[in-house]
Design a protein around this ligand. Structure first.
Ligand SMILES: Cc1ncc(COP(=O)(O)O)c(C=O)c1O
Length: 361
């Protein structure tokens, strides 16, 4: 499967490990940096993490589990990072900052430069670690690689099996730039989910020349599909940092990335053409830049009250929508106007693709 050079295990500028998803990757990175869950349990104040106020709230857990209190910064209504707001909220206690490339679209160059500078020099008394969330942009071209100290991603939103993702860390294996930090601790214990995934993959491999049609989980009824579902039911992604299940890893190795990206881009254009006529809202990204692999088509309603009619109009045209995401706990309109408006007005069109390609949204 073709990868960017930076995504090789010992690529230029960094190292990469396969995990079972983004949360595991965050846990492994925080452990590697010395934030220990035991300290959190003992009530040691290890500082704070600043996360975007518009986020999937499962991202909060790994920071809290490692003893960091979580605060938020605002994003603009176009989902770019509100750099002024972030700047204002950083203090000497800020040990980690996370930012997200939403829905497959990269944060613009000035934002990436802002984070590159913050990583290198800090600002005022703050010199946080930068965590870059590539979960939605895992198949989008990033020729120069991440700008953070760490990048995390998850594959399952793009038709992959129930688990899989990566942790990327800046710096070489020899410690150059990596500060001689230890290997991340990734649990490889053969859980029931791991065993079921290996069986699912082996079964498909014995039955077809190309297991799972180019590295994706089967959609239709099949024994392999039942085994993948069983693996997912047995899976607990909320506790330890784990490596990717063996069956998922084999599936990922067979993935036809170019075909996946081409299908998603075609589906995005198709959905966009229909949605462009919607009287209640508009596409947040009416242009699909080269190299972008979109997760969904984000649509913004003119007002919160118009979101319902917008979704109903889209549904009549055959486009289903999901709400990603409600406001995170404690995120109030007065304090986070951009994120609050986004949470109230945005609806994400599920790309017209086979159902398995849009699972885990
Ligand atoms: C932007 C983003 N990052 C990370 C995650 C968590 O991924 P995982 O559950 O695979 O760890 C999600 C959500 O589901 C997400 O939407």
């Amino acid at each position: 499967m073709p990868l960017s050079a930076w995504q090789e295990a010992d690529g230029p500028g960094g190292q990469l490990w396969h995990t079972d998803g983004a949360r595991s990757a965050l846990r492994a990175a925080l452990q590697r940096e010395g934030f220990r869950s035991a300290d959190a349990l003992a009530g040691a104040g290890l500082g704070e993490a600043l996360l975007p106020a518009y986020l999937c709230d499962t991202l909060i857990g790994p920071f809290r589990q490692h003893g960091l209190s979580v605060r938020f910064y605002d994003v603009n209504p176009d989902l770019t990072v509100d750099m002024e707001d972030l700047d204002r909220r950083m203090t000497s206690h800020t040990r980690a900052v996370l930012f997200i490339h939403y829905f497959g679209f990269l944060q613009p160059e000035p934002v990436r430069q802002f984070f590159a500078d913050l990583r290198e020099k800090g600002v005022g008394a703050a010199h946080p670690l930068i965590f870059e969330d590539l979960t939605h942009a895992v198949w989008t071209d990033l020729p120069e690689g991440p700008v953070g100290d760490y990048a995390v991603a998850s594959y399952r939103k793009f038709g992959q099996p129930f688990d899989g993702g990566f942790l990327w860390a800046r710096g070489g294996a020899d410690g150059a730039g990596g500060g001689g930090r230890p290997e991340p601790e990734l649990n490889t214990w053969a859980s029931p989910a791991h065993c079921l995934s290996a069986l699912a993959w082996a079964l498909e491999a014995s039955e077809t020349d190309s297991p799972s049609g180019g590295g994706r989980r089967p959609d239709g009824p099949s024994t392999a599909r039942t085994l993948w579902d069983g693996a997912e039911r047995h899976y607990d992604r909320d506790r330890v940092a784990r490596s990717m299940a063996p069956g998922s890893k084999r599936m990922w190795e067979g993935l036809d990335r170019e075909a996946l990206v081409a299908c998603r881009r075609a589906a995005y254009r198709q959905a966009l053409e229909t949605a462009a006529a919607c009287p209640h809202g508009e596409a947040l990204r009416p242009h699909l830049p080269p190299g972008v692999c979109p997760l969904v088509l984000p649509m913004r309603a003119g007002t919160p009250a118009e979101r319902g009619p917008m979704r109903a109009w889209l549904a009549r045209k055959g486009l289903n929508t999901v709400l990603l995401w409600p406001p995170a706990p404690g995120v109030e309109r007065d304090d986070f106007p951009g994120a609050a408006e986004t949470a109230a007005c945005l609806a994400s069109v599920v790309l017209p693709l086979p159902p398995g390609d849009n699972r885990a949204l």
